[in-house]
Write a protein that binds this ligand. Structure first.
Ligand code: BGC
Length: 746
């Protein structure tokens, strides 16, 4: 009976396909040609309702020593054609095995998509995304995703749950590690670069991944920085600060979007019709599909907007969700909801179409094993070239926060170095969060990086001294001993690799455990000390920063962490990174960000006696380190800011001199303040930057060309336009140290 049905189906399908080939091949808006559309139509016509909702279902694989495994239930779903995609399964053999089940055992032979959280590299792990954003090097960021895509597709994958583009102003939230920091303008540029890097120009190239921008939307603004917390903000803030990076991804052609766990204005994102249908598809013209976050449909029962999972499935589906991650809510309830006329067949068909279109674009119908190429897996993963690039990315992502008396770079005269701290030789911590298929055993630690850089010429001692996060002081004495006998001390301290990322909110974000105490004791030896910080978020390091030591912020550097950091410590690379999130003085200042409002009672720095201003009684308003801040081993001096306005064009020029004694790169930053707006404007907004190499003794003229479009902002009617009037243009080395000039734009 079954085989009769199969035969009948394939006869019908080939007739339809034959008819389809005579159509024109012109691709539509969604990148699907007419003949491809006809194939999709034929498939949809041939599918049962169960097979349709199966396409809308995404399931997770587990792992054992042999590779990815699925439980029997999930395996049966694949064979019955009731799974559209699988995540967390990779390697050529693992994927081939599962794909074979889909295309050989299921009735309609529809291939599966294989997704994974390729967040900062696949096997070659790059610095965490927040670190990469501190490089302000968009083409390098794009290149990390290009490499990640090449490696991931060589291991069977074709879909990544990245980029995460959530803007966040709250370092208590652990997922700031995955984003590009607090600034929307920069966030948009980074987001688009990542999509370009993953997707390339041709989905079907076989070495590009479909990207999935997440988490739609505003997940980065949970109350009190607490993971999965409630988000509540004005529509203007949402439009102005949180949505633009998603729009930038849509404009860059991203193939899919993921919903967020949080609610927005009382409606969970996963049930938010306005967000997913009106804004995303109607306004922005998004043609791809929307997947939920992990069981976020089911979680609506706890949110309290759905009585039960069935109701949640109805809400999510009717709001515009196309694929259900792991929760089985669509598979279990859409057929019943259709019977009850609570969802329509037309909408189900449409969602199925979007999934089949993605499979078509990925070339899976041409060859379901397109991403299962053993020789690519052997040749293209963790190549010397990829590792070299990762090393470069580590040094580009480092930010020199303090360098009193030019403690760094480590002088050539140093003959012995003591490395002290729990993160000095901990391979496991180097990858940070979301390590994908990265193998921590292959990571280069700081001890290894320093040893291989100095070879036998310098004695290198190591003592852990303490753990990252407990009160054990038993290692202090041994640490002091090696500090005393060394010419130079490197402290390797911070958070461990799992203290940031998902489900890693912290209410106090200092350096944990007894590390501060150990640092204070080591400083007393009088040796020159450089602190190498490892962390996934800005930390409160006010006490540490008051000590006489250099501080190099290195985040979590990934596979090549130790080598890249050593390049900076020894001056092979002159650091040029700039922080993309503000470092607060204490947790009470959070949320803290550079582009706040002036208020009606702005602080007057010249008069600290006035109490009735917007201020704290016990702490300055300004942060420890402002957005855009970072030092170099050389010195840059800014002069001659000139601004001209010509019609709708604003041209800005500034001279930047390298007045130190080594070549260096500088991130020259341009900010604008709109003095009077019908909606009040921030005290400063980033509108441009240039990362330039300036040789020692050289002066470069840096120019920026803005137009009045760059001055536009959202109004209460959610329309974006600019208002003529007075503006201040700022150019400088960070958001707080700038030259400025007022201009009038009519
Ligand atoms: C995270 C997503 C991730 C998904 C799948 C969720 O918990 O929020 O960012 O893509 O898991 O791993």
């Amino acid at each position: 009976m079954l085989s009769m049905n199969k035969m009948r189906f394939s006869a019908i399908l080939s007739m339809v396909l034959f008819a389809a080939t005579v159509y024109s091949q012109k691709a539509g808006d969604n990148g699907i040609s007419v003949s491809e559309k006809a194939k999709i139509d034929a498939l949809i016509n041939a599918m049962t309702l169960e097979e349709k909702v199966g396409q809308l279902s995404l399931y997770q694989a587990d792992w054992d020593v042999t590779g990815p495994i699925l439980n029997t239930n999930h395996l049966n779903l694949i064979k019955e054609g009731k799974a559209g995609a699988i995540f967390n399964a990779y390697t050529v053999d693992g994927v081939r095995h599962l794909q074979q089940m889909a295309v050989e055992e299921s009735r309609l032979k529809i291939p599966l998509i294989f997704g994974y959280d390729v967040i900062h590299g696949h096997r070659t792990i790059f610095p965490i995304p927040l670190a990469q954003s501190c490089s302000w090097n968009l083409s390098a960021i794009e290149q990390t995703e290009r490499i990640a895509a090449r490696e991931a597709t060589a291991e069977g994958l074709n879909w990544t749950f990245a980029p995460m583009v959530d803007i966040s102003r709250d370092p208590r939230w652990g997922r700031v590690a995955e984003g590009a920091g607090e600034d929307t303008w920069l966030g948009c540029k980074v987001a688009a670069a990542r999509v370009r890097g993953f997707q390339g120009t041709d989905y079907k190239a076989g070495n590009t991944l479909m990207a999935c921008t997440k988490h739609f939307a505003a997940y980065g603004a949970p109350q009190a920085g607490r993971e999965y917390g409630t988000v509540d903000m004005s529509m203007i803030s949402l439009y102005e600060w949180y949505l633009p990076p998603f729009r930038a991804c849509v404009d860059a052609g991203v193939g899919s979007l993921m919903t967020a766990f949080n609610e927005i204005a009382g409606v969970p994102s996963t049930a938010n019709k306005w967000l997913m249908t009106d804004l995303l598809r109607k306004d922005w013209g998004f043609h791809g599909f929307v997947v939920t976050d992990y069981t976020s449909i089911n979680e609506m029962v706890d949110h309290g907007n759905a009585e039960n999972i069935k109701d949640a499935a109805r809400l999510a589906f009717n709001a515009g969700v196309d694929m259900d991650m792991e929760g089985s809510a669509f598979l279990d309830y859409l057929p019943g909801l259709l019977k009850e006329k609570k969802v329509t067949l037309q909408d189900i068909d449409h969602a199925v179409r979007l999934i089949l279109e993605a499979k078509t674009k990925l070339g899976l119908f041409d060859d379901p094993y397109r991403y299962c190429n053993k020789s690519r897996q052997e040749k293209e993963v963790m190549t010397a070239e990829n590792l070299d690039f990762a090393r470069k990315m580590v040094s580009e992502s480092c930010v020199l926060l303090k360098n009193p008396d030019q403690v760094l770079p480590i002088s050539e005269n140093v003959r012995s170095i003591a490395i002290i701290g729990p993160l000095g030789d901990s391979k496991k911590d180097m990858l940070g969060n979301w390590t994908a298929a990265g193998n921590w055993e292959k990571c280069i630690t700081l001890v290894e990086g320093i040893k291989s850089r100095v070879k036998d010429e310098v004695e290198v001692y190591y003592e852990k001294g303490c753990n990252t996060n407990d009160n054990d002081r038993s290692g202090f004495d041994a640490a002091v001993k090696i500090a005393e006998k060394a010419d130079f001390v490197v402290l390797a301290m911070g958070e461990n690799g799992w203290m940031s990322g998902e489900a890693s909110s912290r209410s106090s974000i200092g350096i944990p455990g007894v590390q501060n105490e150990l640092a204070e004791i080591i400083i007393k030896t009088g040796k020159p000390v450089a602190l190498v910080l490892f962390n996934g978020r800005p930390l409160v390091i006010t006490k540490m920063a008051a000590l006489p030591l250099a501080i190099l912020e290195t985040w979590f550097g990934g596979t090549q962490a130790g080598n890249g950091i050593a390049d900076v410590l020894f001056g092979v690379v002159n650091p040029a990174g700039k922080i993309t999130m503000t470092f607060p003085r204490n947790e009470g200042q959070i949320p803290i960000f550079y582009n706040g409002k002036n208020t009606g009672r702005p602080l007057n720095p010249a008069d600290s006696s006035d109490r009735y201003l917007s201020r704290y009684l016990d702490c300055p308003n300004d942060p420890l380190f402002p957005f855009g801040y970072g030092l170099s081993y050389t010195k840059f001096t800014y002069s001659n800011l000139r601004t001209t306005v010509d019609g709708n064009k604003i041209n800005v020029a500034v001279q930047v001199a390298n007045s130190g004694n080594r070549d260096g790169e500088e991130v020259v930053q341009l900010y604008v303040r709109d003095k009077v707006g019908s909606v009040t404007r921030p005290v400063k907004e980033l509108k441009g930057f240039q990362k330039v190499l300036i040789k020692k003794g050289e002066t470069k003229t840096i120019t920026f060309n803005l137009t009045t479009d760059d001055l536009a902002f959202y109004h209460p009617d959610l329309k974006k336009y600019w208002e003529p009037g007075e503006f201040v243009v700022f150019v400088g080395t960070n958001s707080a140290e700038t030259l400025s000039e007022s201009i009038t734009v009519k």
